[in-house]
Design a protein around this ligand. Structure first.
Ligand SMILES: [Zn+2]
Length: 270
């Protein structure tokens, strides 16, 4: 699933290609991708220009002349920019025909992604964005400490809770715990202020490095479309050997999510 750095890469890439384009018309091939009334979605957005693309957590917000819509890629969602006369493939569910004779096509093999009209001026106060916590870049340590202390979750699961902090998914949650040298099963409520400060700093650092790597590798689109997934340097997630001590990385399931950690390096609790 694309996380904050990947969605940011998608945002930056799309901006280079579709900003200021007019949406001439929209075809929706799979209604469920649109939350709300599909006809209304198509009618409202036609003939507006894409003025800006913003991102909050893992959500993209397309800002048009008078309206906006939120797009969440979920598991497999991706965008393609392609000539309008290219045949539509079976995984393409929404097509925005643009004034430059190209299409912005939304593809999603698993069909979990969603788009939704929101108020262009108040989208932050609307569902789904209003349920989100702050991003690691913006949250104050004091606030994060309080949220974690109200939580009964293990630290790694708390990192996935978008109402505590927005943007982190399974890959970066594993990486952050690795860099903190913390056992991912440690209760979030046991962390000291100093450890919460460290958690914020490491989260910012891990996400910033990933954005930089994405930003430097992805300047154009390949056949797979723009999904922002790129080869980041990972230390724990999906690994077999610890990059720090050379011991084996262990995989466990924690709240139904694959959790990778080094039992030797990540002994510390609290
Ligand atoms: Zn290790």
């Amino acid at each position: 699933m694309p996380e904050l750095p990947e969605v940011e890469t998608v945002r930056q890439t799309l901006r280079q290609f579709i900003l200021k384009q007019e949406i001439l018309d929209i075809d929706v091939y799979y209604d469920k991708i649109i939350n709300g009334d599909t006809k209304e979605f198509k009618r409202r957005l036609a003939h507006q220009h894409i003025q800006e693309i913003e991102r909050v957590g893992k959500y993209l917000i397309f800002i048009l002349d008078h309206d906006a819509f939120v797009s969440h890629l979920r598991m497999e969602g991706k965008y393609h920019i392609i000539d309008s006369d290219t045949p539509i493939d079976k995984h393409t569910h929404v097509v925005f025909h643009l004034s430059n004779h190209q299409d912005l096509r939304y593809m999603d093999t698993r069909k979990f992604g969603r788009m939704e009209l929101v108020d262009v001026h108040h989208y932050l106060e609307q569902v789904p964005l209003k349920k989100l916590g702050k991003e690691p870049f913006d949250i104050e340590v004091k606030e994060l400490y309080q949220l974690l202390h109200k939580s009964s979750l293990p630290i790694k699961t708390a990192l996935l809770d978008q109402s505590i902090m927005a943007g982190i998914g399974n890959i970066y949650a594993n990486e952050i715990c690795f860099e903190m040298k913390i056992d991912p099963r440690t209760k979030a409520s046991r962390l000291s202020k100093a450890r919460v400060q460290e958690l914020k700093d490491i989260s910012v650092d891990v996400l910033t490095r990933a954005i930089k790597q994405g930003g430097t590798t992805i300047h154009s689109f390949d056949a797979n479309g723009i999904h922002g997934l790129f080869q980041v340097e990972l230390n724990a997630h999906g690994k077999k050997v610890c990059s720090s001590c050379g011991g084996p990385i262990k995989k466990i399931m924690l709240n139904q999510r694959g959790t990778y950690y080094c039992p030797l390096c990540q002994k510390r609790r609290y």
